[in-house]
Design a protein around this ligand. Structure first.
Ligand code: AMP
Length: 408
C-alpha cells in the first residue's frame, strides 16, 4: 500500500511526496488507520522506524478535517504531544510543520531553556497542536497561559525515557487537567512493568502495536564489533574517520569527560569533531546539531542521554566508542543510523573489560553481532598509522630509526 492510496488530504500527500515518503513504514502501516478511526494506540517502536510520522500524519488529517467541516474553533489546544527532551520536541514539531505545511492547522513547540514570552504570545494567537516538554508545559499551565480543557488528542512519545527522566508524577498530574474523553496515543521504545503501568493508566482499550518484538534493533542496520584495547581506541577512531572522510558519524562514549577527551584527541590528528553532552548549554546544543545536520561538522561525539531520540538524516555510521552498560541503550544508539528506508552501519569498539556488556547486548537483542577480525599485523598497522605523535611508540621508534639512518 502506498500513501497515494490512503484516504488523507491531497495536501498531506503532496508533502509526503516532497519528503520522499512513498509508502508507509511498518509502524505507519499499523498505526495510521486506527488513529484516524479515533482509537487509542499503545505502540512499542524505536526511533528510526518512522514512528513520528505514524502519529503526525493521522493527527494532521483529523484536525484538518475539522477545518474542512468548518467546525467552530474551540478554545485552547486540541492536541498535545509530550516529548522527554527539547531536541526531540523540536524534531517532532518540525515533522508537523513539514507534513502540515499546506494545511490551516497551526502547530507550535514549547520547551525549557529558552525565554517563555514568545511561547506565550504564540499560544495566545491560537495553536491546534502543541509539542512540549513536561517541565515548561506545566509552568505554562500553572500560570494560566496554556488551556488544555478542550484537548482531544494526547500523544506521549518516548514514554520510557520520560519515566527515566522522572516525569511519572508530571504525567499523572497532567491527567487531572485534561478531559477524560479523549484519544490517547502512547509510544515507547521499550516495554517494562513500569511502562505498562503508566500506559494502562492513560490509554483506554488501546490497539496494541509492537514493531520487531524479538529483535528491537532496526533491521536495516549492519552491526559489527571489533576488539580493541581501551587505550588504543582513539587510534582506531582516527583510522575510521580518515578512511571514510566523506561519511557522517555519531560516536558514543560513556561520559561527558570522555566525549571532550575524544574530541581533543581527534583535534591532535587534524580530524574535526564536536561533542554534544548534557553539560552543553541549550543554545549551543542547537548550534552543534545544526552544524551536524548541515554537514559543517560530520562527526558528533556524544553521550546516551544527549543523543536519545535525535533524528539526523543520513548518518552513515554509529560508532560505539564505549559499549553501553545498559543494553537497551545499544538499541537507541544504533537507531541513529539506518533511519526510515536507509541502510546504516553500527561499529562497536569492545575492550576486554567490556566483553560482559557485549554479551548482555547480544542477549538483549537476541542476535550475535558480527565480529570483525583483525590480525596482529593489521592492529599494529593502525596504531602505527596515527598522526598523534604524543603517544605513538611505534611511530616514535620508526622516526628515531629514520633519524638514526639519516645520521649514518
Ligand atoms: P522516526 O522513527 O520518526 O524518528 O523516523 C526516522 C526517519 O525515517 C526520519 O528521518 C524520517 O524522515 C524517515 N521516514 C519516516 N517515514 C518514512 C517513510 N514512510 N518513508 C521514508 N522515510 C521515512
Amino acid at each position: 500500500m502506498k500513501f497515494e492510496d490512503y484516504k488523507i488530504s491531497p495536501k498531506i500527500k503532496s508533502q509526503l511526496k516532497e519528503l520522499g515518503y512513498n509508502k508507509p513504514t511498518d509502524i505507519q502501516f499499523k498505526a495510521i488507520d486506527p488513529i484516524l478511526k479515533g482509537e487509542d494506540v499503545l505502540a512499542i517502536a524505536q526511533t528510526g522506524t518512522g514512528k513520528t510520522a505514524a502519529f503526525v500524519i493521522p493527527i494532521l488529517q483529523k484536525l484538518d478535517q475539522q477545518h474542512v467541516n468548518n467546525k467552530q474553533r474551540v478554545e485552547g489546544v486540541k492536541c498535545l504531544v509530550l516529548a522527554p527532551t527539547r531536541e526531540l520536541a523540536i524534531q517532532i514539531s518540525k515533522v508537523f510543520q513539514a507534513i502540515g505545511e499546506k494545511l490551516p492547522v497551526v502547530s507550535a513547540c514549547i520547551h525549557g531553556g529558552v525565554e517563555q514570552d514568545p511561547q506565550i504570545s504564540k499560544l495566545n494567537s491560537g495553536v491546534d497542536i502543541l509539542v512540549a516538554t513536561p517541565g515548561r508545559m506545566f509552568d505554562l499551565v500553572s500560570q494560566g497561559h496554556l488551556n488544555l480543557k478542550n484537548l482531544e488528542i494526547l500523544c506521549l512519545d518516548e514514554a520510557d525515557l520520560m519515566l527515566d527522566l522522572g516525569f511519572y508524577k508530571d504525567i499523572e498530574d497532567l491527567l487531572k487537567f485534561i478531559p477524560k474523553k479523549r484519544q490517547t496515543l502512547f509510544f515507547s521504545a521499550t516495554i517494562t512493568l513500569k511502562i505498562k503501568k503508566l500506559a494502562y493508566s492513560v490509554v483506554n482499550n488501546a490497539i496494541r502495536i509492537q514493531i520487531s518484538p524479538k529483535n528491537p534493533v532496526a533491521k536495516n542496520i549492519d552491526h559489527a564489533v571489533v576488539f580493541i584495547e581501551m587505550d588504543d581506541k582513539r587510534f582506531f577512531l582516527e583510522n575510521v574517520l580518515k578512511e571514510y572522510d566523506d561519511k557522517k558519524f555519531v560516536v558514543f562514549v560513556r561520559t561527558k569527560v570522555r566525549a571532550e577527551r575524544v574530541v581533543a584527541a581527534m583535534e591532535r590528528v587534524q580530524v574535526k569533531t564536536e561533542f554534544l553532552h548534557g553539560g552543553v548549554e541549550q543554545q549551543e546544543r542547537f548550534k552543534i546539531l545544526d552544524r551536524f545536520r548541515t554537514n559543517e561538522n560530520r562527526v558528533l561525539i556524544t553521550t546516551d542521554v544527549a543523543a536519545r531520540g535525535i533524528d539526523i538524516p543520513d548518518v552513515d555510521y554509529v560508532i560505539n566508542y564505549d559499549l553501553p552498560d545498559v543494553s537497551e541503550n545499544y538499541v537507541h544508539r544504533v537507531g541513529r543510523t539506518g533511519r526510515g528506508m536507509k541502510r546504516g552501519q553500527a561499529l562497536s569498539f569492545c575492550s576486554k573489560d567490556e566483553l560482559v556488556f557485549l554479551k548482555d547486548i547480544e542477549e538483549y537483542t537476541g542476535e550475535d553481532i558480527q565480529q570483525f577480525e583483525l590480525t596482529n599485523g593489521e592492529y599494529e598497522d593502525i596504531l602505527g598509522a596515527t598522526e598523534d605523535g604524543s603517544n605513538n611508540w611505534k611511530k616514535l621508534i620508526d622516526d628515531a630509526e629514520k633519524d638514526n639512518g639519516n645520521e649514518w
